[in-house]
Design a protein around this ligand. Sequence first.
Ligand code: BGC
Length: 751
Amino acid sequence: MKNYTRLFVLAAGLFLFAVSARAHVYLDPKAPMEQRVEDALSRMTLGEKIAIIHAQSKFSSPGVARLGIPGLWCTDGPHGIRAEVKWDEWEQAGWTNDSCMAFPTLTCLAATWNTDMALLYGKSIGEEALYRGKNVLLGPGVNIYRTPLNGRNFEYMGEDPQLSAQMVVPYIQGVQQNGVAACVKHFALNNQEDGRHVVNVTLSDRALYEIYLPAFQAAVQNGGTWSIMGAYNRIWGQYACHNHRLLVDILRGEWGFDGAVISDWGGVSNTDEAIHNGMDLEFGSWTDGLTEGRSNSYDAYYLALPYLEKIQRGEVGTKELDDKVRNVLRLIFRTSMNPDKGFGSLCSDAHAQAARQIAGEGIVLLKNESPVLPITADKKSILVVGENAIKQMTVGGGSSSLKAKYEISPLQGIRERAAQNGADVQYVRGYVGDIVGEYNGVTTGQDLRDDRTPAELTAEAVNAAKQADIVLFIGGLNKADHQDAEGYDRLQYDLPYGQNELIAALAKANKNLAVVILSGNAYAMPWLNDVPALVQAWFNGSETGHALAEVLFGDVNPSGHLPFTIFPTLEDYPSHQYGATAYPGINNEVEYKEDIFVGYRYADLYGQKKPLKYTADGRQYTINPPKHKPLFAFGHGLSYTSFSLGKATMNGNTVTVGIRNTGSRQGKQVVQLYVAPRKPGIVRPKKELKAFRKVSLNTGEEQQLTFELSNDMFRYFDADKHEWVLDKGTYDIYIGTSSANPETKIEYTVK
Ligand code: BGC
């Protein structure tokens, strides 16, 4: 070859190389994200763009095979990795290698009040997702605990916006450090399951911004969540999955979200609205069991052919489509095309340890007189009563149902631990509740049938209780419909299946009684005065029994605190003060008439003579003070040791308070900081949680804790001006270990 020919070939080669290198910016993980997105977008055909914004199967969406862009695999969430289902059905795929570690439910995580536990949780579940080839974890949920009847409260983080906000951030970070996206749900105002597909929520902007949005905002702005799931319900008359105000104005406009909005399964119901109002990725439409039920209907999705045809007919342009594709591409680059993601791990010892530790830290000792707990080594005959001592709880409850590799029941955990003391453990059933043990084809394999009458079961339990050194009643709710389960709300505030009567009978039979409740919700406690010890033990997944036994026997000192208020009756809850208008709604209209007075914000009005009357964005509010004090306040939780808080001091914006373990064993305590305006210019809650810290202290040990105050902690949302307002003046900073017990206070002036 002549020299100039060689040169020509070289130049041409270099040119082609340069062109092709530029041509594949989207494949270069080091290139700036937006360049990659634009590059990939510019190569996609109209059909490929439409394909990428809706599902191809129950839990997956396609990528662009022609360009080597992989799709996305989603999984429930939020307590473990869901078992594999068939391509187009909810039924099990029948795999034998898809069991997971079941982590405690999110109420338990919230009850740890420990952000390190949230990070550990996120990291561990993220690793499980990765191992199973999942790119998007459908969770965590941060809908506010508005009524104890909400069947899905167990999947959420309680009643307080700050607690949820501060716990959700590390959870997301832990998940996403694996190259797996969190998908924070259900945005927003999905606060009941009753009528969840149709209810229309109306509320003041103040309640929206102060109570219902902060955790989502923190998830976006502090947690950097890569995706968010629209809710099923309507707000201001428009479905959440294509709600212009929520998704366009607030999520993108005010918060600057750059991730993808994923629909709840079957949450999209209108092509035009989905096009224009911020829905990016449609899942579950026509899904049998949720909406109308058609097979392999993916082309019929609202954002599939109906959208394509509108574009082809010239009814809409492609600007909105390109924006959706950009959001989905970003999600793909961050997850399925993330070159830094590793391999993850499934059911590892580390995950078992994490599940056990989180459960142990979340269990709340509500009451402990005499003290009955911890169980001492001299208790040689232990009686365990109640269905929840043996019932597998990881199966059931809706989409969070799991196929756990194993689940240690409370009875098993107690038996193993009692053996170390040479104690004998007897078990009697006490009551029969739910014996189903199956969800979407996953079965527990337990046969819980028992045909005896309640009278026979009670008599057996009472007789056995009389003989025992100590009685542990283990009951509560379960994952059956109308208990703690998706799709339904509870029908009553009382514990079901005659448990109230049984507990009362056991209390008469033996003074050494500890009641242990597994639930994700509060319940009535007509027997409380007769029961010396009460433990709130949630649903704690694979390590349930081990974690519970460690707390009951004192190997782990309880340190959980309530993430919600427990009132004596249903009528004491603010959302139940206004009849059906406020819950469950009339003709599918629900008005949040209690406004910002949710949970302890309402409980704090106890003792006030007159109702609060005020107007917020044009609506009249009347808040009647509660008739009863809570049985247990938000933030309450006992320990086997004791602590004392010193006097708070202030230096500039820094509050310092000493905390000392004054008891005889190591323990953890939750120090909570609340802000209280002295003379608010407008109606405000008496106090609001703004910061908290969990500390571990050995006997006699003392630690100085510091909290930085910032202006954000003092603002309220002015709905008329549509902005956060800071009132100058004097505030009290309360510091304590429950919302009912501000042990030290100090003044602070906002200048
Ligand atoms: C639930 C979601 C869940 C989805 C997929 C829906 O019914 O509301 O929380 O992630 O199903 O299973």
